[in-house]
Design a binder for this molecule. Structure first.
Ligand code: PLP
Length: 456
């Protein structure tokens, strides 16, 4: 790239998240400079459809003026205040009330953070504190799932179940455990029905809880539909069976709604789509359409009482971020939730989601490179396999995902490759049927070009 261009200065100065830095130093970045609707443009003027709304998050697309105004108005009125030591402000309270009103099950209180990772870390510190407060200091262990993604701060990364987030960082921390991902396509034994698979996984969870001792296990974390681990939609009875196990052993259910929340799966919450009754919910991303960073933790009355108890029994819950409930992102989140309601985005998702799911299956399920097409509502994945019979993935060294992402860029669609060569689809919720078709046309061209390359 030309000297002093953004791309050249990027290579000189920027340390990127989740990036192969050797390749990056050679190739440089795609510099995105503006957005409109479901599209973004790079600094060379090339246009792309954003098939994952950035990072599964810009739900209202890339040019919502109401959100801009909400931020500007709040900045003029009160650009910063906090909620420490019983200070408060209106955006934080209004947003808390709106979330409680919209919760899928009765919830009691809302705590704010700035990212999904911080929200999940905050949950863990709530649970540890709460169990100290109520005289059960041994009930602290946390169970996540392999392929689950809950973030990258130390505790959240420990709940995450992806190898790259663990082995390279000496994680998970002690007291964190993982059970199998509910992915029938890869996880089922030969001839095992979805129902039997779900029963076996629930048994695996119960065995783990019994082995560790139920009096030592605090919570089970799950994304209703796993996102970054491959868009994994569990078998129909999985959560029913899992919840029965958790209830039996008094283990709390934490629903990580960071991707699933706010209509992504066809209901307001992924918990509703999947029949989950969580004790705690974390959310972020589409909470503000990601125009500004904000995340939230909702807890039920029982958890809140445990935390409140601690103030008198063991001392104040010493946790909170400078920007917890920051008024400007909170104002943007309030406006976002109003827009979801006023535009009836749920009805839109229920129209477009089935079109997306059907089109993906019709166009790609029989493609020679495709093993499985899966998803629900407005989130989906197309998994590429080396062998459709054995369901074997490609050797990681062949970098199939990154190659397809590059071909996608050439064809005007930004794609997100997930571990195991799955390509995610999680476009802005506002996408139209025509735009879905255009996105899949571009993806299809990239996929066919990959097939030609691989035949060579
Ligand atoms: N939980 C889920 C389900 C996520 O998908 C993510 C991020 O993609 C996180 C948590 C972490 O959120 P953040 O990147 O904002 O820390």
């Amino acid at each position: 790239p030309p000297r002093n261009s953004t791309a050249a200065r990027d290579v000189a100065y920027a340390l990127h998240p989740y990036t192969d830095h050797k390749a990056h130093l050679e190739k440089g970045p795609v510099v995105i400079s503006r957005g409109k609707g479901v599209r973004v443009w790079d600094d060379q003027g090339k246009e792309y459809i954003e098939s994952v709304a950035g990072l599964w998050c810009a739900a209202l697309g890339f040019d919502n003026e109401r959100l801009v105004q909400a931020a500007a108005n709040q900045m003029r009125r009160l650009p910063f205040y906090h909620g420490f030591t019983s200070k408060s402000h209106e955006p934080m309270v209004d947003l808390s009330e709106m979330l409680i009103e919209r919760a899928p099950v009765p919830m009691s209180k809302v705590f704010f953070a700035n990212s999904g990772s911080e929200a999940n870390d905050s949950v863990i510190k709530m649970l540890w504190y709460m169990h100290n407060a109520i005289g059960k200091p041994q009930k602290k262990k946390i169970i996540g799932r392999l392929k689950g993604y809950h973030g990258i701060t130390l505790a959240a990364a420990s709940v995450t179940g992806l190898p790259n987030n663990h082995k390279l960082f000496d994680l998970p921390l002690p007291g964190f455990f993982h059970v199998s991902a509910p992915h029938h396509y890869h996880g089922a034994k030969s001839g095992e029905s979805e129902e039997d698979f779900a029963t076996r996984l629930a048994q695996e969870l119960e065995d783990l809880i019994l082995r560790e001792g139920p009096e030592t296990v605090a919570a089970f974390f799950a994304e209703p539909v796993m996102g970054a681990g491959g868009v994994i939609v569990p078998p129909a009875t999985y959560y029913e069976k899992v919840q029965a196990v958790l209830k039996r052993h008094d283990v709390l259910f934490v629903a990580d709604e960071v991707i699933c929340g706010f209509w992504r799966t066809g209901n307001y919450w992924g918990s509703q789509t999947m029949g989950i009754e969580p004790d705690i919910i974390t959310c972020a991303k589409a909470l503000s359409s990601s125009y500004l960073p904000i995340s939230a933790v909702m807890v039920n009355e029982r958890v809140f009482q445990g935390i409140a108890e601690g103030s008198s029994s063991i001392g104040t819950w010493g946790h909170g971020f400078t920007y917890s409930g920051h008024p400007v992102p909170a104002a943007v989140a309030i406006e976002t939730l109003k827009i979801y309601d006023e535009t009836d985005i749920g009805a839109h998702v229920r129209r477009i989601g089935p079109h997306l799911q059907r089109s993906l299956r019709e166009r790609f399920a029989d493609h020679p490179l495709v093993g499985e097409v899966r998803g629900v509502g407005m989130v989906a994945a197309v998994e590429l396999v080396a062998d459709r019979k054995t369901r074997a993935n490609f050797e990681p060294g062949r970098k199939i995902g990154p190659r397809l992402m590059k071909l996608g860029e050439d064809n005007g669609v930004i794609l997100r490759g997930l571990p195991g060569d799955s390509i995610a689809f999680s476009p802005p919720l506002v996408i139209t049927e025509d735009e879905v078709d255009e996105m899949l046309d571009r993806f299809g061209r990239a996929l066919d070009e990959l097939a030609v390359q691989l035949r060579r």
